[in-house]
Every structure is written in C-alpha cells, then in structure tokens.
Design a protein. Sequence first.
Length: 240
Amino acid sequence: MMDWIMLCLAALLIGMSKTGIQGISLLAVPIMALTFGAKPSTGLILPMLCVADLIAVLYYRRIAEWKYVFKLLPSALVGFGVALLVDSFIPPEAFRYLLGICLAVVFGVMLWFEWRKSDTTPTYWWYGPAFGLLGGFTTMIGNAAGPVMAIYLLSVRLPKYSFVGTNAWFFLVINYLKIPVQVLSWNNITLHFLWLDACTIPFIIVGGYLGILLVKKIPEKGFRYLTTVITGLSILLLLV
C-alpha cells in the first residue's frame, strides 16, 4: 500500500511541476528511488514525465520561446552521450552530490548576476549550450534537469507563461528522445513499469490542473520568487 501512495504522490508532484512550478518534480526523485531503487526508478519515472510533458504542451502550446529551446537542444544531446559514457565509472551517490554541487554553483552565479545587474540578461555565446549540456547530463542520469532549466529560464527573464511553455516544449522533446536510449542501453523500462505508469495518469492530470491554477493565481514577481525558492530547495535535496 505504501508503494502505491508514494507512486501516486510522485505522479501528483510531476504533474504540478510540468504545468506550474518547475523543480517540484525533483522532490519525486528520492521518493521513487527509496521505493523502487535508484536506477529502476528512472525508468519508472520517465513515462510519467512524458505524460505530464504532453499535458503541459497541450495547454501552453502557443507560448513557447523557441529560440531558447533551439539553443539548448544540441548540447543537451551531447549531455546524453556524456552521461552514458561516465555512467559505468561513477557510483550513483557520487552523481547526486556532483549534480548538487554543479547546480549550487550555477544557482549562486544566477543570484549574484541578478543582484549586480538586475536589468540585464546573459548574452555570452556559451551560456545556453552550457546549460543544455548540464541539462542533458542531469536528465539522463537521474531525471534531475528541472533545476537546470529553471535557473536558465529565470536568468533570461522570461515572463511566467513563456517560462512554463518553453520549459514544457524543451522537456517534451528531451524526454521522448530518452525513451529509446533507456530501453536499449539501460533496459529499465519494462511492461510492468508501463502498467504502473498507466495507473498514475489520473494523478498526473490532477497535478497538472493544480499547476495551471497555481500559475494563474501567482503574480509575475511572486512566480519568480517561488520558482527560485523551490529550485534552491531542490538543490539542497541533492546535497543532503
């Protein structure tokens, strides 16, 4: 019974994150890892993410900023390859701390940038590709790219609806591309897992609806502050 409760809670959080506050989904990662095991849980979570991505794209389909998606995608695919190369050499626990440290550094830089130059956005040629590489790596290793994308979209100062729409399209492409990689390389998406995923769809839909309501209710500045706080908490979760 407890396994089902944890599964449904994770589905609710994933739905909320995709249509509302990015970063909440990272709370689902340890829940699933503790319940089903670290590596198997990534195969169980991925179809849930894909369903939630589809819901988010259907709702926010016309408000994505595609230039940011295209900046990130090529290097994100490179991040896939890097993750597959190093997967057999670094233990899972080391990955978690490595990701947490990288995200904490990037998060700190973003906060410093906002404090020092509040009216400007980063224009360095390497800025988007660097986030794409880190996003591809973290999503392949542990479905943990939510904070990466949140930090990037916060730093380029997208309005809240453009933020959520751009995030939805980016992860729709990325997560669907991951399916054949995980099926063929890691063999951690099974028919049994797909059946469990199908059972979580109602909870993903409810979470998606709650996320949409959340975005509507929160003012622009409040959305930015809440996303920043959730992202910071998500990073701390990786480090503890």
